[in-house]
Design a protein. Structure first.
Length: 560
């Protein structure tokens, strides 16, 4: 890093600010190392004193100098409620807090346009950093992060908060950071199933059908697993492994049984409501987004949510883990002039597609807006499937070993068994309006069951599915009315409905209105098991008998 910071006017990027400070602070705790005697210490100290003064810029914007002066704050409540580029700011402000802690001589002068400079002493920096961290940590603990579950970015949040919880000398901010980490790890644990991370994601970066990524790797480091894992090595996958004080509490752990439902809300401006069904051999996730008025606002396609939002997917586990998800084409809008350019496979979602879920059942419907250049739906078939059977009724039945699923479209594909998209064979549906149904089920027995046993299990599954069929209205592309899809599952008897003229979807498949969604909750089905609940700014943990064993509130974090 040091050779890059010598030219005048060179700015550190967020990770460059954070990594040296976090590593240095952690290294001072090692008994067998005197960091200040290291040959690079002098250059490091000079770099910190020179570049750490940029923290006010990052606090105000996240990527560049402030456009107006940053006034000192008297309490955490005065820090702006909305903080863009939250993960980057967590990195730079953690670095600012720790740098001021380690170097008493550190001070800064903040400049903004032609305004008079604002001078911050070391004490000022520590106060401002304390206020900022309390404000952002409070937002995370009470409303979740804006990019919760992002396979690539969430590792930054864990790293930055974890470093403060590990190494802050101030006991109060250390406790607040640790409590914030507890909520993040509890959310992460609720998305884990047999060592795999499964959740809808606001920022998938194309890691859509996978169940790993940076966030999954962070969970794999903490939660017991018999499988190996590999983290994506990108500039946004930062996790400092130096030892420190924080430990994940024993009450935070993935669900020890199945099935279980997880509900989660994240985001403030673009809200996403996550519904996940964890079975014994698979997980099925769906996100219900509320991002602007797609039907009435002509600026709908300037919303970046759809570019990288991963709404729904099925992941199964076992000897040959795999995934399935019908997907629609979408635009790489709105960044960098890429409006109306086709996005990558499994990268983002189509704004005009809707998905509804009840436990192991999903239905999908689309009504692509006239003028939007991408309307095709594609369905890729994973090579990990052990047996695939097409039935004349329209169901395609797939056996994955520990689970099986059946998929049915209400229109025939316009092209079959194409090759290359998403790295395998896929069917293509070139329609303005599409509709489909997905049913899933656990399967019994050992993983090495012979083909005839798998076929018998699929036949029994199909026999149940023949008892009902999806019903659709206005599905013809020439019909100007929005399509409607309704399906009563013969597996559990629940009716799921979608109306392409209603946005946002008014309820999930269990009838819970989106407005009633908690920040986080798990609902074990069947036998008694522990559960967690985070809503209205209070985090609660219940044992298997329903007794409350932990309660936390966070209002005091914003006190002066």
């Amino acid at each position: 890093i040091f050779p890059r910071i010598q030219p005048p006017g060179t700015r550190f990027r967020p990770c460059e600010l954070y990594l040296p400070v976090a590593t240095y602070t952690a290294a001072t705790r090692l008994n067998d190392l005197d960091v200040r005697n290291n040959p690079g210490f002098t250059a490091y100290r000079e770099a910190v004193l020179k570049h750490q003064s940029l923290w006010p810029d990052y606090r105000s914007n996240g990527s560049g100098p402030a456009r107006r002066p940053i006034p000192p704050t008297r309490s955490p409540a005065e820090v702006p409620e909305r903080t863009d580029n939250g993960n980057f700011r967590l990195l730079t402000t953690a670095a600012g807090f720790l740098a001021a802690q380690e170097f008493p001589e550190l001070q800064t002068t903040a400049h903004s346009g032609g305004s008079a400079p604002v001078v911050f002493s070391n004490a000022d920096i520590r106060r401002e950093m304390d206020h900022y961290l309390r404000r952002v940590y409070h937002g995370i603990a009470t409303r979740n992060t804006a990019e919760s579950g992002a396979t690539i970015y969430m590792a930054l949040n864990f790293a930055a908060i974890r470093t403060v919880a590990h190494h802050a000398r101030d006991p109060e901010i250390k406790r607040i950071a640790a409590d914030t980490l507890d909520t993040l790890y509890a959310t992460l644990a609720a998305s884990f199933n047999q060592g795999f991370f499964v959740s809808s994601s606001a920022r998938s970066k194309g890691d859509f059908l996978g169940a790993e990524g940076a966030t999954g790797f962070v969970g794999w480091l903490e939660f017991p697993s018999t499988r190996n894992a590999r983290a994506a090595t990108t500039p946004f996958n930062v996790f400092n492994a130096m030892p420190g004080d924080y430990r994940v509490p024993a009450w935070i752990a993935p669900n020890d049984g199945a099935p279980v439902v997880k509900r989660e809300t994240f985001g403030t401006h673009n809200k996403v409501f996550n519904y996940t069904w964890h079975g014994k051999g698979y997980s099925l996730a769906n996100g219900l987004e509320q991002a602007g008025d797609k039907f009435g606002d002509p600026r709908w396609d300037t919303n970046g949510l759809y570019k990288e939002y991963s709404r729904h997917k099925l992941n199964w586990f076992g000897q040959t883990p795999g995934a399935f998800s019908p997907q629609w084409e979408n635009s790489a809008q709105p960044y960098g002039g890429r409006r109306n350019q086709r996005n990558g496979a499994f990268y983002g979602t189509n704004p005009w597609s809707l998905v509804q879920q009840f436990r192991g059942t999903q239905i999908g419907l689309s009504n692509v807006r006239p003028g939007y250049p991408f309307r095709k739906m594609y369905v890729a078939w994973d090579r990990a499937l052990r047996l695939v059977v097409d039935d004349p009724s329209g169901w395609r039945l797939c056996h994955a070993g520990p689970m099986m699923f059946a998929f049915r479209t209400l229109k025939p594909p316009t092209a079959r068994n194409l090759s290359g998209w998403a790295g395998g064979n896929y069917d293509e549906f070139d329609f303005k309006k599409t509709a489909w149904v997905l049913e899933t089920a656990e399967t019994p027995g050992p993983p090495d069951r012979p083909p005839e046993v798998l076929r018998a299990e699929l036949d029994a599954f199909l026999e149940k599915l023949r008892a009902a069929a999806p019903d659709a209205l206005h599905l013809d592309d020439a019909d100007p009315a929005p399509p409607v899809l309704s399906y009563t599952s013969p597996i559990h008897g629940r009716t799921l409905s979608l109306d392409a003229g209603v946005f946002p979807i008014p309820a999930d498949g269990e009838g819970m209105a989106l407005a009633d969604y908690p920040v986080l909750a798990t609902y074990p089905q069947g036998e008694k098991r522990p559960r967690v609940l985070l809503e209205n700014g209070v985090f609660r943990v219940f044992d298997a008998d329903g007794r409350e064993t932990l309660r936390r509130a966070y209002d005091d974090w914003l006190s002066p």
